[in-house]
Write a protein that binds this ligand. Structure first.
Ligand code: TXA
Ligand code: MG
Length: 378
């Protein structure tokens, strides 16, 4: 299959990376611009050469920024784990730019997997398949006999993979436990001085990570991590689409099939809870009450709400995720908002929940993780 680059949702070009936490990007780190009006192709060639020679480089995808390394090079892959502070039992997703790059990586492709690729690649879908022996550094798969592969729907990511000339192992380009980065500036804030460089391609579009799936022997699809491709979209390919039971929270004792889903993740520094209820007025009344109590304790309070909520939350930083009727917007804004709470040193956060439909499933999954599972029902 060729790359449908023309179908790529191009994100708005935005300001260049301004600063790291301490006001500047470390001089040991290179910044390559892939924004409009720059010599993007030459810059990507340069970044690709760094990757091909074992360097680690952050780059934009249509979901979030990734931190790439040659997936066959163990020391490069180890450098990714070290830069992120990532537990070594959590495998990395491998990114390719053409379907012909898949064959050397996996033992076989099932018909349903092929259909998924034909329908959703390039795009925010990672497919876990049996890995071919010696195709990749064993660090990439963290000792599993499977590998998660995806083809990102972003012209900069595709051009960079092609320039590097190798499959790129790339987790999200955040320090482990922090919200995933959706701009080059977020990457710089987390990884300044720890990596060889950043390719700036503006802000990522979808905002939450790819959906991770595994096709079962009976042809059904198991969702290991909800993401940019919705359950409803997957149902157009298979009759049965199930969510890994470990994700529902009911089966907390069951280990998730995607090892990464067991870690506290995406967390802002403040204590966060989600408030859920059938009536928005009940939700906001309870939030007001809890915020007032928190303020009496001396907390710096914040709320994460949808546009439909017109309540006034006195003394609290109010951030919105857009309208409840456009949850794509919530997905694209979520991680940036969580970082804003940190920048304002907010210590107590209440977030409104949304329906677990469409991309709302991924939004609620990430909110739930950010809140460490603390949910208040009214
Ligand atoms: O959108 C995305 O997927 C982004 C961009 C950069 O492509 N990448 C990303 O990677 O989110 P990371 O490493 O932050 O998350 C990968 C998730 C983890 O939960 C990991 O456990 C799971 O995918 N995973 C990777 N390989 C797997 C495998 N072989 N079996 C099961 N789960 C796997
Ligand atoms: Mg991640």
């Amino acid at each position: 299959m060729e790359n449908h680059q023309q179908s790529t949702k191009q994100s708005e070009p935005q300001a260049q990376v301004k600063s790291g936490e301490n006001g500047s990007v470390d001089s040991s780190m290179q910044l390559w611009s892939a924004l409009e009006n720059t010599d993007a192709m030459a810059n990507l060639q340069e970044a690709g050469t760094v990757l091909a020679s074992g360097g680690i480089v952050a780059f934009p995808t249509e979901t979030v920024y990734g931190l790439g390394a040659d997936a066959r090079n163990t020391s490069a892959v180890e450098a990714v784990f070290a830069a992120k502070g990532r537990p070594s039992d959590n495998p990395l997703i491998v990114h390719i730019s053409q379907q012909s790059q898949l064959e050397p990586l996996v033992q076989r492709v099932l018909p349903v997997e092929q259909q998924l690729m034909d329908t959703f690649w390039p795009g925010p879908l990672t497919i876990v398949m049996p890995v071919r022996e010696k195709a990749l550094s064993p660090r990439v798969t963290a000792g599993l006999d499977t590998v998660g592969v995806r083809m990102p729907d972003h012209p900069v990511a595709l051009a960079l993979i092609t320039a590097a000339g190798c499959p790129l192992a790339a987790p999200s380009a955040n320090r482990s436990g922090r919200p995933s980065p959706t701009t080059a500036a977020h990457v710089a804030d987390d990884l300044n001085g720890r990596i060889n460089g950043i390719v700036d391609g503006g802000s990522a579009g979808v905002g939450v990570e790819s959906t991770v799936v595994q096709v079962q022997t009976d042809g059904s699809i198991l969702v290991l991590r909800p993401g940019g491709i919705t359950r409803e979209q997957l149902l157009t390919i298979a009759d049965r689409v199930e969510l890994d039971p470990a994700l529902s929270g009911v089966a907390a004792e069951v280990a998730p099939r995607a090892p990464g889903m067991k870690y506290a993740h995406y967390a802002p520094q403040g204590n966060m809870s989600i408030v859920i209820g059938d009536r928005l007025s009940d939700v906001s009344a309870l939030m007001k009450q809890q915020l007032a109590q928190a303020q009496t304790r001396g907390e710096r309070t914040g709320v994460l709400v949808f546009d439909e909520d017109e309540a006034v939350y006195e003394g609290s930083l109010r951030l919105t995720l857009g309208s409840l009727t456009r949850l794509e917007e919530a997905a694209s804004q979520l991680y940036g908002r969580l970082r804003e709470f940190d920048e304002a040193n907010i210590t107590f956060i209440l977030a409104q929940g949304c329906a677990e439909e469409g991309v709302g499933l991924a939004v609620m999954n990430r909110l739930n993780k950010a809140a460490g599972g603390q949910i208040i029902r009214v």
